[in-house]
Design a protein around this ligand. Structure first.
Ligand code: ADP
Ligand code: MN
Ligand code: MN
Ligand code: MN
Length: 338
């Protein structure tokens, strides 16, 4: 029987890209996903008079929403003719970084925070004014602390990620009411980007079914409310074996010019989110420390105890492009440890 392949790609929306998708019906004899195309003039990826962009399938998995034999097909975007990566194709650089340093076996775990919105306010917030101050919501349980609809979407999303074969490693309710997190990893430099984008797609798609919008805005509510980040946990084989390598990795991230370069690729809204409050370090400062949630890079307590493991870069914003993030961190740390 014919089946559906949902082709998913990353668009050219400024300042941050978003996902797009369209459906291709394939015959049961079509077992390879064909190259496809789209109108780049409608996604900020091409001018109207030369509008075709190419979709190249790079990662596929079962479609847990449609079920059956249907598939999700993540694509990267190429230029027609030359078939070179499009300017918005950030995956190509991640592939290069991974190829250069795969001998060090880089692993990533990303913590994707996000906020549910309904009727222009965070899900669960009152029509006027604010909910009770932050405190009970983080890892909360109960109708007031998190709410039934949010919980239902989170559970559906987690099940969908598992059924799609993604390496989802957990979920939790966050500090601001309406804010949640899922984690992907540990997986390699390219897979973490593929899987974060696929998991974002599933989150948007499942939220849509419930009339809710999931936002990865880094500071959805101004003021004394937590922003949304994408803490990025990283290790190489050497870091998983020795504390010296852990410290060398932190030092590499603190070299002159490195913070500025990384922050430029860590998503939009840094000045609003990395204020030094709400479990962040100020963006103008670099510091690492054990168990320190006010540091730029945290060495988890267990890692200091075991004298090996991984480090957590707490600065990336929720809306960062995981391919860009993973490329920066792989290049900086693996070149220092080489
Ligand atoms: P936090 O305490 O910061 O909230 P989480 O449990 O939310 O931590 O996320 C931890 C992340 O670290 C997970 O995505 C997990 O896959 C990842 N992780 C665990 N071990 C490693 C490792 N050795 N290298 C890279 N990432 C790792
Ligand atoms: Mn977390
Ligand atoms: Mn978190
Ligand atoms: Mn974290």
């Amino acid at each position: 029987m014919a089946y559906r392949a949902e082709y998913i790609w990353i668009d050219g929306t400024e300042p941050l890209p978003y996902v797009r998708s369209k459906t291709r019906v394939l015959g049961d004899d079509e077992t390879e996903f064909p190259i496809w195309g789209f109108d780049g003039s409608s996604t900020n990826q091409a001018p109207g008079e030369n509008s075709d962009c190419v979709l190249r399938p790079v990662f596929s998995c079962p479609d847990p929403i449609r079920g059956g034999n249907d598939k999700l097909v993540l694509c990267d975007v190429l230029l027609p003719g030359t078939m070179e990566p499009h300017a918005t194709n950030s995956r190509a650089a991640a592939v290069e970084a991974f190829e250069e340093y795969s001998d060090q076996e880089p692993w990533f775990g990303m913590e994707q925070e996000y906020t549910f919105f309904k009727e222009n306010r965070p899900l669960g917030w009152p029509v006027e004014g604010y909910p009770a101050p932050q405190g009970p919501y983080y890892c909360g349980v109960g109708a007031i602390e998190v709410g039934a609809l949010a919980r239902r979407i989170v559970e559906e999303h987690t099940t969908a990620c598992i059924e799609a074969g993604l390496h989802i490693s957990g979920t939790n309710a966050e500090v601001m009411l309406g804010q949640w997190e899922f984690q992907i990893g540990p997986v390699d430099t390219v897979a973490v980007g593929d899987q974060i984008w696929m998991a974002r797609y599933l989150l948007y798609r499942i939220s849509e079914n419930h009339g809710v919008d999931a936002s990865i805005d880094a500071k959805p509510i101004k003021g004394d409310w937590n922003g949304a980040g994408m803490h990025t946990n990283f290790s190489t084989r050497a870091m998983r074996e020795s504390y010296d390598a852990i410290i060398s990795a932190c030092e590499a991230m603190g070299q002159p010019g490195v913070s500025e370069k990384h922050l430029a690729g860590y998503g939009h809204g840094t000045e609003d989110r990395l204020t030094g409050l709400h479990e962040t370090a100020h963006y103008s400062e670099f510091r690492y420390g054990v168990s320190d949630r006010g540091a730029s890079i945290r060495i988890p307590w267990q890692v200091a105890q075991d004298k090996k493991g991984y480090i957590e870069d707490r600065r990336p914003n929720a809306n960062a492009d995981p391919y860009v993030l993973a490329t920066l961190i792989t290049d900086t740390i693996c070149s220092a440890l080489a």
